[in-house]
Design a protein around this ligand. Structure first.
Ligand code: SF4
Length: 306
């Protein structure tokens, strides 16, 4: 067996920042510490923090008045910020700066009175936060090409689009082309909302697909970027699977295969990938590991002061 390890692994800068903020807050203020939504979409990270006394809530009203609260990396809508203020919560914002950039764009388009098409996965935490930054009368959420047909916007209207940061690069490009055809005044964000981690990791899976006959993505089932990585492998006709931990890997999947590509979502601790590699090596003695070069190693977001 040969393992091809995409080197776009470990935490992206936004996830590292959010985890760093929770660690810093735990050290400085101790438990209990409240976090609005899962800090990042990874089971291991969330369970680890739970054991240290972090309480994850889905409703801001479940946080006791005046308690300390951290907003997750996915960002929150202005209404959540207002509720937190009204409850006198001491807030630390762990929103990824690349999501904040999208929020600012959304707010700018609403100030310009632009109909705003938000491309993303309905129900995903990041989409909910970004949608809340857009004037409700100007907001149009679309998930796929079918939704473009159903848009109720005049063809000549002032229209802008923004996207969730973790979508499929290829599918989003197709949707944007269709939007351009439908709305001749369509305005794009100043630069792509798809973040660098999404782009690098999907490109890395495309590279794996050129040489591998099976792809395993480490990631939790609710992680958008991990799911997009699995889909990227499948789009290139390589059987691709997502596993939350090495224990979930069924080695029977490797029957008839001898080149396995491994990548991981942006919120997956590196140790999960190492455990997966160890498990494969144990089952297939003599396994050789090839490592691709990491294009992301120097990207870091500084921890805020608090
Ligand atoms: S995946 Fe992208 S947007 Fe999300 S936290 Fe990482 S860098 Fe930020």
């Amino acid at each position: 067996m040969e393992i091809y390890l995409a080197e776009t692994q470990g935490f992206c800068a936004g996830v590292a920042l959010a985890i760093g903020i929770v660690n810093k807050a735990l050290k400085k203020y101790g438990a209990p510490l409240y976090v609005y939504h899962e800090i990042v979409h990874n089971t291991h990270v969330v369970e680890g923090f739970r054991r240290e006394g972090v309480i994850f809530v889905e409703n801001i009203n479940d946080v006791p008045e005046c308690a300390r609260l951290i907003f997750s990396a996915h960002g929150v809508s202005p209404s959540v910020i207002e509720t937190a203020k009204a409850r006198k919560l001491k807030v630390v914002d762990a929103t990824c700066p690349l999501v904040t950039k999208v929020h600012k764009e959304a707010q700018r388009f609403s100030r310009l009175n632009c109909e705003t098409i938000l491309i993303g996965h309905k129900g995903h935490q990041e989409l909910i936060g970004t949608a809340g930054c857009i004037d409700a009368d100007l907001l149009h959420i679309i998930e796929d090409e079918k939704d473009i047909e159903a848009l109720k916007i005049e063809p000549n209207a002032k229209v802008a689009y923004i996207t969730q940061t973790t979508l499929s690069i290829d599918d989003t490009a197709i949707m944007i082309e269709r939007l351009k055809k439908k709305f001749k005044n369509l305005v794009a964000p100043s630069r792509s909302d798809l973040c660098y981690a999404t782009q690098n990791r999907q490109n890395a899976v495309k590279e794996l697909a050129k040489v591998c006959d099976i792809i395993i993505i480490c990631g939790s089932p609710n992680s958008s970027n991990s799911n997009r990585l699995r889909e990227t492998g499948e789009k290139y006709w390589i059987p691709s699977y997502i596993v939350d931990s090495a224990d979930e890997l069924d080695v029977k999947l490797f029957k008839g295969k001898n080149k396995v590509g491994i990548s991981s979502g942006a919120s997956v601790p590196r140790i999960i990938v190492d455990q997966l590699v160890d498990k494969i090596k144990q089952h297939f003695p003599g396994t050789v590991v090839h490592i691709f070069e990491n294009p992301e190693k120097n990207i870091v977001f500084a921890l805020p002061k608090f």
